[in-house]
Design a protein around this ligand. Structure first.
Ligand code: NDP
Length: 610
């Protein structure tokens, strides 16, 4: 018989009662479970459509409709679209058109300009194409304006402004079978043609609002964080919100976005009410300026090496050195396969499945105890400190890292209105009702996130009509159907970048880059072979869908015990529309290798190039 493990020896002090913590987690989850799941949110259409107007452009833009043709049309000017264009340029494609709804490139960094916006993932890994553009970020974690600037730099470098259609939203794509071309219709009355289309719409691009009673009754000033109204608040992404000096401000939501803007609101508003349904887990950030001597010492190829090193560590693998050495690699080292591997080494044998699960769970409690203790240490008021403590496992929600967020609650003008998991009750003409109490506010900010789990076509704002007249929404009615996560049968010369049946990593641009390289390879091969169309066979698509189905239950138990959120389809069991549903079970490292091996093998198996 195998000797039982002394977990304390492996994990250090275990001065807590795991059963009591588990019970507390489940109790907190149960408080928040609700039947309507994703339906609790309202779509930003009709009377809510002004919430998605672009506040960063001058009104009145117009141009003549286009009826021309390009070789490749790329939809979306964020990192996905930019990387796609860069890899295509490198592969010798000159005739590219970028089509983007916003007034400039940048994607999520175009829209999210709220005060304090910055990236949690290390800039040296996150900002794409640093070596290609000979650019070094100013800080370990970049602030949003620098990331937006870098997006524009990429667009200039690869000559993507030329021929671009900005402030242009797609209304429909349809395949012209006679000509083997896509017809692209837009809200500018364009009817352009393209041989290939690549969609890089972004996974968190469509803001959502809570469907609370009276949402239309509120007469004060209001906006969503992804359309920050600096005309009202004053200041910019770095703060200085002088327009709020005499204002009572309310903010609904305490996710990753709110955590970054609340310190600025607290600093400038006369009074700030933070309406909280579930607290985030807030760990240290430790940002610092880039060490120039270190930057100069880097050898060519350093960025890919650093991205790979980070990717392995955050995917649960081992590396001789932790180049990034931050909150992400720390959590992953302690809470994933690496921890189990280290424990095995210490024990001199493999852990059983049960032992491994127990080890992970205990390590998670330990980590979250430290997160909770941090809140208690920083926040002076005992009750507020208690309410800011998250009671769930680390990866139930997006981990946050911030050095000023918790301290903001020590300000006399900042009030945490915790709703005990229920959310705000309703809005009135002058404010917000929560816990039966009315809070008068001059300005109400929705930090309520983005649509996840609604259909791809609803989130992108257009449908795609493939060969034979079938729409993408029909083809994907019963769930996503792709080959390699990138292309679908019946939709020739059409590619999807992002989160559709693929594998992702904490550093999302890394995954987008792998996808872009893969699509560029396919288009180059089609060009070399002189074939007008490239499309997965029905069989290859079906085989791939079956392969993805194997991972349908991966993480299901873990997420079932989580407090609701967009990671677990708002707590709806068995729902396949969570953020990580339909991902490839191989994980990012193996999946990227799988794609590379397929490219190296050369036969383009699964694709019909006829
Ligand atoms: P989230 O979906 O993470 O947060 C939405 C918030 O709104 C949650 O706190 C939610 O509470 C709350 N909420 C929703 N409805 C109600 C209601 N009726 N009453 C009260 N509260 C409500 O959106 P974010 O914009 O914060 O973040 C989205 C994602 O963007 C992040 O998860 C992250 O991936 C990314 N991001 C990344 C950053 C980075 O550094 N790289 C920075 C900012 C965002 P509940 O939790 O109970 O549902």
């Amino acid at each position: 018989m195998q000797e039982s493990i002394d977990m304390a020896e492996l994990l250090g002090d275990l001065d807590f009662d795991p059963a009591a913590l588990k019970a507390k987690y489940l109790e907190e989850r149960d408080k928040r479970l609700r039947d309507d799941g994703n339906e609790q949110y309202v779509e930003v259409t009709a009377e809510f459509s002004h919430y998605v107007d672009d506040p960063y452009v001058e009104p009145g833009f117009s141009r003549a409709p286009l009826h021309d043709e390009v070789e490749v049309a790329i939809i979306g000017g964020g990192f996905g679209g930019l990387l796609m264009a860069a890899r295509l340029r490198e592969a010798g494609f000159d005739d590219i058109r970028m089509i983007e709804k916003a007034g400039d490139f940048g994607g999520t960094w175009y829209w999210n300009r709220y005060p304090g916006a910055m990236c949690d993932v290390e800039s040296y890994c996150y900002l794409p194409l640093l070596e290609e553009l000979d650019y070094m970020p100013k800080h370990k974690y970049s602030f949003a304006p620098e990331i937006l600037q870098h997006s524009k730099r990429i667009a200039h470098h690869y000559n993507l402004y030329e021929n671009a259609c900005l402030q242009t939203a797609i209304t429909q794509l349809s395949w012209d079978v006679k000509d083997n071309r896509w017809i692209i219709e837009t809200d500018r009355n364009d009817r352009m043609r393209a041989r290939y289309v690549a969609m890089a719409n972004g996974p968190l691009s469509r803001p959502k609002l809570p469907g609370i009673q009276g949402i239309n009754d509120y007469k004060g000033h209001t906006f969503h964080t992804s359309r920050w109204d600096y005309n009202y608040t004053g200041g910019n992404s770095f703060g200085n919100l002088s327009g709020l000096k005499d204002k009572r401000v309310g903010i609904i939501g305490t996710g990753a976005t709110a955590v970054q803007c609340i310190p600025h609101l607290g600093e400038w508003a006369k009074q700030l009410y933070v309406f909280q349904r579930t607290p985030s887990s807030i760990d240290e950030r430790n940002n610092h300026e880039t060490d120039q001597a270190w930057a100069k010492s880097l050898e060519p190829g350093w960025q890919q090496k650093r991205m790979d090193n980070f990717n392995v560590l955050v995917s649960g693998g081992d590396q001789p050195e932790d180049l990034v050495a931050d909150g992400w690699t720390d959590i992953m080292r302690n809470l994933t396969g690496i921890a189990a591997k280290l424990a095995s080494r210490k024990l001199g044998r493999r852990l059983t499945k049960g032992e491994r699960a127990e080890l992970m769970e205990l390590a998670d409690y330990k980590k979250m105890n430290a997160v909770r203790a941090r809140a208690q240490k920083i926040v002076n008021d005992e009750k507020t400190a208690e309410l800011l403590q998250p009671w769930y496992r680390q990866f139930c929600k997006r981990p946050c890292f911030h050095d000023e967020y918790l301290d903001t609650y020590n300000r006399g003008n900042v009030t945490l209105v915790d709703t005990n998991g229920r959310g705000v009750e309703r809005l009135t003409e002058t404010g917000v009702v929560a816990n039966g109490e009315h809070f008068e506010v001059d300005c109400l900010i929705f930090a309520t996130g983005f649509e996840v789990g609604t259909s791809y076509t609803r989130r992108s704002g257009y449908d795609i009509i493939g060969r034979g007249g079938q729409t993408l929404s029909e083809h994907w009615q019963e769930g996503l159907r792709t080959f390699q996560g990138l292309t679908s049968h019946g939709f020739p010369n059409c590619f999807f970048l992002g989160f559709t049946q693929t594998a992702v990593t904490v550093n999302v641009p890394h995954a987008l880059n792998e996808q872009a390289k893969h699509v560029a390879h396919i288009l180059q091969a089609a060009r070399d072979r002189g074939t007008p169309t490239v499309e997965p066979t029905a069989q290859a698509e079906e085989d791939y869908v079956q392969e993805i189905a194997k991972s349908a239950n991966v993480g299901a138990r873990f997420y079932a015990e989580c407090t609701p959120g967009y990671y677990n389809s708002e707590g709806k069991r068995g729902n396949r529309s969570g953020f990580f549903s339909d991902m490839h079970s191989a994980g990012a490292i193996k999946f990227f290798k799988l794609l590379k091996d397929w490219r190296d093998e050369g036969s383009l198996e699964g694709l019909d190039l006829s």
